[in-house]
Design a binder for this molecule. Structure first.
Ligand code: SAM
Ligand code: GLN
Length: 309
């Protein structure tokens, strides 16, 4: 480890370094430090230091870096080598083809969560309604789900909640950035508390709740376990705490035939379907697979009162 540090310092000693060389040395440094996708990370960090796009780097491949840029790039590489997530260093992550602002107060939006957005959109389009579709997003974090939905559907109103005030600030900034803020209400509070007065009101309740089992936190990548907020990750000893809480109350807040759509951990399909069945107010749940072929989203529809016996 120390040898690698020395090599990189040597590379960044006061002499001209071209983009090509900076990328090569940065990539070697990051891969020796154990970061996955080291080349891409080096490209993105150098783009950040230069204030240009990744593509631009290859047009200016032989350009010598100014000392200030070189120093900044070096400090960014060192942050990444300490396994700080790239998204926290650059302050951004792409989700649903939109660039989301992220800080260490929010979970970095994951590509698999796009499936929840996709399924929700599909179901929302099929709802037979004239007035805006009302969606509750529990634990909105960066606002990835709420903002993507607001961006896609004209006739929509979203209530996005989170226990974390700083996370809601990030979510608000993303709604402003992407032009969905007039359609989204951001409210701080514990699960359904912020919408206590809105019984029988929502057409859909969606959530990507924390679902990591407490004992499994230590097995996750250092980027996740040491940098991402525990509040966004841990779902109790069996990972199911939030599904229990959601299914205890979801039917109170949904309209008849309203839909609950939840992201789940890949091995949680049958447990979450069982929780939905034992709530006694929902149609049998469907499970959708993500692009890696893993169970990722569970959907169920609230049965109208006259269908329950
Ligand atoms: N929706 C975002 C996404 O998909 O990228 C973030 C999901 S993250 C897995 C879960 C979120 O739930 C975090 O933002 C966390 O702050 C929030 N959260 C945790 N406990 C909560 C609670 N009791 N009530 C409301 N939100 C909570
Ligand atoms: N997919 C995340 C991870 O394991 C967990 C997200 C969540 O708890 N909702 O990295």
């Amino acid at each position: 480890m120390q040898r690698v540090e020395l090599q990189i310092e040597e590379t960044f000693a006061p002499r001209p370094v071209a983009v090509r060389q900076a990328l090569q040395k940065g990539t070697e440094f990051l891969s020796q430090m154990g970061a996955a996708s080291a080349r891409l990370d080096a490209e993105l960090l150098l783009s950040k230091a230069l204030g240009c796009t990744k593509e631009r780097l290859y047009l200016d491949y032989e350009m010598a870096l100014e000392t200030a840029v070189k120093d900044l790039y070096f400090s960014l590489l060192q942050r990444r080598a300490r396994r700080e997530p790239l998204a926290y260093i650059t302050g951004e992550r792409e989700f649903w083809s939109l660039r989301f602002h992220v800080t260490p107060e929010v979970l970095v939006p994951r590509p698999e969560t796009e499936l929840l957005v996709e399924v929700t959109l599909e179901l929302a389009k099929r709802l037979e309604k004239n007035h805006p579709i009302k969606i509750l997003d529990l634990g909105t974090g960066s606002g990835a789900i709420a903002v993507s939905l607001a961006k896609e559907l004209d006739d929509i109103e979203v209530w996005a909640t989170d226990l974390s005030a700083p996370a809601l600030e990030v979510a608000r900034s993303n709604a402003l950035r992407h032009g969905g803020s007039e359609k989204i209400h951001f409210i701080e509070g514990d699960m359904f508390c912020p919408v206590r007065g809105q019984r029988g009101f929502f057409d859909m309740v969606v959530s990507n709740p924390p679902y990591v089992r407490q004992s499994e936190l230590q097995n996750l990548a250092p980027e996740v376990r040491t940098w991402e907020p525990k509040l966004a990750l841990v779902g109790g000893s069996d990972g199911l705490d939030f599904y229990r809480r959601i299914m205890e109350e979801a039917d109170l807040y949904l309209t008849d035939r309203g839909i609950v759509a939840l992201e789940i951990g890949a091995d949680m399909g049958s447990d979450v379907c069982r929780l939905i069945a034992s709530a006694g107010r929902f149609s049998p749940a469907s499970v959708y697979q993500d692009y890696a072929g893993r169970d990722r989203v569970v959907v169920a529809r609230k049965l109208p009162a006259d269908a329950i016996y």
